[in-house]
Design a protein around this ligand. Structure first.
Ligand code: NI
Length: 271
């Protein structure tokens, strides 16, 4: 069993090494005198019984988390659950989504079954799975491209496997950069690209949650057919508001998250 601190440290190490932008932004906030607290950490998976949300969430349930709410994303064929720590209100929320395979093409279903068949019994243990990354082997760029035509989400999972898809900075815990506008401006001034699908800021104070994110870094990945540059993970920023009873909103807004998922969509770097 892992404590939540051990889990997050391990996930952050993997994520920040893979995505230099996340580390650069984190360091930028620290240099500005800010304290970085995570609003949530998100994971992706397939709804296959061996790796679904219920399997992936076990390591968090064992570390004191409990289920809070679920969400449906019809066009992206996703279902998600969010979890919160029972005692520590400053612990990051955990957001885990899964792709509904039965709604996908035969090609995608067969490809995913083949990947899962390649996972060892050790990897499939709940304590290993969430940290395991891609343990089904070097991907093929041809398969990646074909998956991407159907689901950017599946293509990302095919290459990167099980790891944090994104960490999210809690803007509520920032002093100087206390709005999404200020955070986005800081990022743009430092050369980062903001995901503008659905506008740079998703949600509104009225909806009690505002979110923005950078577009995922292009990182060099080894494919069977050579090294290619593809989008990795992204860094997200969230500001929460209190409801009419003064209670801070803690859920997610499906319509906003739907657009945030697109932060890992393939894009031409030269544009
Ligand atoms: Ni998120």
């Amino acid at each position: 069993m892992y404590t939540k601190e051990e889990i997050f440290e391990r996930l952050w190490k993997d994520y920040s090494e893979l995505n230099p932008s996340a580390k650069r932004i984190y360091d930028l906030f620290i240099a500005e005198g800010e304290t970085v607290v995570n609003d949530h950490i998100a994971f992706r998976t397939f709804n296959h019984s061996k790796v679904n949300v219920d399997v992936l969430s076990k390591v968090f349930l064992n570390a004191g988390y409990e289920f809070k709410q679920d969400y449906h994303f019809e066009t992206k064929k996703l279902y998600a659950k969010h979890f919160e720590h029972k005692k520590d209100p400053d612990a990051p929320r955990i957001f885990i989504s899964e792709l509904k395979l039965e709604l996908c093409s035969k090609f995608l279903q067969i490809a995913v079954q083949d990947l899962i068949n390649r996972l060892s019994r050790d990897i499939l243990k709940p304590t290993s799975l969430v940290f395991s990354g891609n343990s089904w082997g070097t991907p093929s760029y041809e398969t990646y491209t074909k998956l991407r035509e159907e689901s950017e989400y599946a293509a990302w999972l095919y290459v990167f496997g099980f790891r944090a898809n994104h960490f999210t900075v809690s803007v509520n815990h920032l002093k100087k950069y206390n709005s999404l506008e200020k955070v986005n401006q800081l990022l743009k001034n430092n050369g980062f690209l903001i995901n503008d699908s659905g506008g740079e800021i998703k949600g509104s104070p009225k909806q009690l949650l505002e979110q923005s994110s950078i577009k995922a870094d292009h990182i060099s990945m080894e494919f069977k057919d050579g090294v290619k540059e593809i989008p990795g993970c992204y860094y997200e920023f969230a500001k929460r508001y209190s409801d009419e009873y003064g209670k801070l909103y803690s859920g997610f807004i499906a319509k906003s998250a739907d657009k945030i998922f697109e932060s890992t969509d393939y894009y031409d770097k030269k544009k």
